[in-house]
Design a protein around this ligand. Structure first.
Ligand code: ADP
Ligand SMILES: O=P(O)(O)O[C@H]1O[C@H](CO)[C@@H](O[C@H]2O[C@H](CO)[C@@H](O)[C@H](O)[C@H]2O)[C@H](O)[C@H]1O
Length: 453
């Protein structure tokens, strides 16, 4: 293991040190949407690598030290590793005010202003130039599919949506996703779309360029893909349909079919495991439930009822064989463009270790994710529209069954257990990131625990 370097002179960035680059970042990081450790104080920050992308722009990998933080499962040191691109200037132009991180008072950068370079069009342009010219740069390596031409001079814009990563759109032709929380190993959001493209699966935009680091460990840092310019995501479309009182079942049916197609391509591209070992899966789900109940007290009264679902899973027939899956499928991860559904963002649930996200799992995990999403959408309206969600869920399963050759609705115990597991994940996710949304998955928890589905 490589030794990590302190981010400020004098060792680990201390609580009282102000004015150093480390102190500025320690104050700025926890305020970012993509910062995963919001529930624990950030005690220290260490520098893993620093590379000059071009004059005035630094690429950093930093390691957080947080009390009570679990190891992310990779071989990077314990804590979380984040990717930062920092613009360093004497004076920041007022139009970049929102990108400001602060002014460094001491150390090698004393007197200079630091900003988030991904919010700076000039830096975004130069980052694309790096991707257009593959090759190594210190510990970084830029690579591309030589069969695709990426033109120079595409105007960049930052996607403003609240996300787990940072995405830049170039000339409405390409989208670059810069992974913020980095785990060692290849990121499934590169690995899977490349493999699906190899299968000729047109439902997933194929990567055209990417960059990675080899220090302190191998890790994917960013992926450039074709941008679908007139696409609308499934969440927006579902909410629009609800607002207009419109039926969404034809779209849900088509989405079920598209999901099955992606599953078939995944099963062809990656090794398929044996039939599900339900007892082991149920034990894992029970463990996750207990851990979530530890963090979110509101879950505790429902633990016995929810555990029943996992018990039923352990006792039921093995489900479909384990295979690579999407891992975090919901309406925000599907795009509708030109009358077709496309699937994006194969990273899986961000809080799970990378090895787990890359392992073969039941395809029911994805089906349950999407079923939960129809429930989320229906609960955005007052009064709640359970019938709308029920019809979408039915249609989605019917579309899936027609394309996959097996019907998820006939796997009741399996579906209920995976839906429960997903709702437990959502409770934890909302408690950490969007406490106002907690009632949405909690309503499902109540339904699944008390009424059994
Ligand atoms: N190929 C694409 N074409 C059009 N829009 C896209 C594409 N890929 C992603 N997007 C848009 O970017 C958003 C964020 O992408 P996503 O991969 O989900 O990032 P994150 O992991 O940060 O949530 C999506 O919700 C979608 O609106
Ligand atoms: O898209 P991400 O990879 O960032 O996924 C995370 O954030 C999602 C919210 O943005 C979260 O999804 C939950 O909320 C959605 C509505 O905003 C809903 O459609 C999903 O069904 C629900 O799970 C997702 O769980 C999380 O991993």
């Amino acid at each position: 293991m490589q030794k990590t370097a302190p981010l400020s002179a004098g060792g680990v960035v201390g609580v009282r040190s102000t004015g150093t680059l480390g102190a500025l970042l320690r104050e700025w990081l926890p305020r970012q949407r993509w910062f995963a450790g919001k529930d624990r104080p950030l005690n220290d920050l260490r520098l893993l690598s620093m590379t000059e992308l071009y004059p005035g722009c630094l690429h950093l990998l930093v390691q957080t030290g947080q009390s009570g933080v679990p190891s992310p499962g990779g071989t990077l040191p314990p804590g979380d590793c984040y990717q930062l691109l920092l613009g360093i200037q004497e004076h920041l132009s007022p139009r970049l005010g929102r990108a400001l991180i602060g002014r460094v008072e001491t150390g090698a950068l004393a007197g200079l202003t630091v900003h988030d370079a991904l919010q700076d069009p000039r830096s975004a342009h130069l980052l694309l130039e790096r991707m257009r010219h593959p090759g190594p740069l210190g510990p970084l390596s830029f690579e591309s599919d030589p069969s695709v031409h990426v033109p120079s001079g595409l105007a960049p814009r930052l996607l403003e949506a609240e996300q787990s990563n940072t995405s830049l759109v170039y000339g409405d032709a390409f989208i670059l996703k810069v992974f913020r929380r980095v785990q060692s190993g290849v990121n499934p959001d590169l690995e899977v779309p490349v493999a699906l493209a190899g299968q000729g699966c047109g439902r997933v935009p194929a990567p055209v360029a990417w960059y990675r680091t080899t220090h302190p460990q191998e890790a994917t840092l960013g992926v450039l893909q074709p941008f679908l310019p007139d696409a609308s995501d499934g969440w927006t479309l579902a909410l629009d349909a609800l607002a207009r009182g419109e039926d969404f079942t034809p779209q849900a049916y088509a989405l079920g079919g598209a999901t099955a197609e992606v599953h078939l391509a995944l099963a062809a591209a990656f090794p398929v495991g044996p039939l599900g070992d339900n007892a082991r899966t149920a034990a894992g789900m029970t463990e996750r439930l207990e851990a979530a109940a530890h963090h979110v007290p509101a879950l505790r009264p429902y633990v016995p009822g929810l555990t029943t679902a996992f018990g039923a899973l352990a006792a039921c027939d093995p489900g479909p064989p384990a295979q690579r899956v999407h891992g975090d499928l919901h309406l925000g991860q599907v795009l509708h463009a030109g009358r077709e559904w496309f699937v994006i963002d194969f990273e899986g649930e961000p809080s799970r270790p990378l090895a787990e996200r890359r392992s073969a799992q039941s395809p029911v995990r994805d089906i349950a994710g999407m079923l939960r999403s129809f429930d989320y959408a229906a609960r955005q309206r007052r009064p709640w529209r359970p019938e709308w969600a029920r019809r979408c869920r039915e249609a989605f399963c019917a579309g899936y069954a027609d394309r996959a050759g097996w019907d998820p609705r006939k796997k009741h115990a399996l579906l209920r257990a995976y839906e429960t597991d997903r709702a437990v994940y959502e409770v934890l996710y909302e408690a950490r990131h969007r406490p106002d949304w907690l009632p949405v998955p909690m309503a499902a928890i109540e339904r699944l625990a008390v009424r059994g589905g």
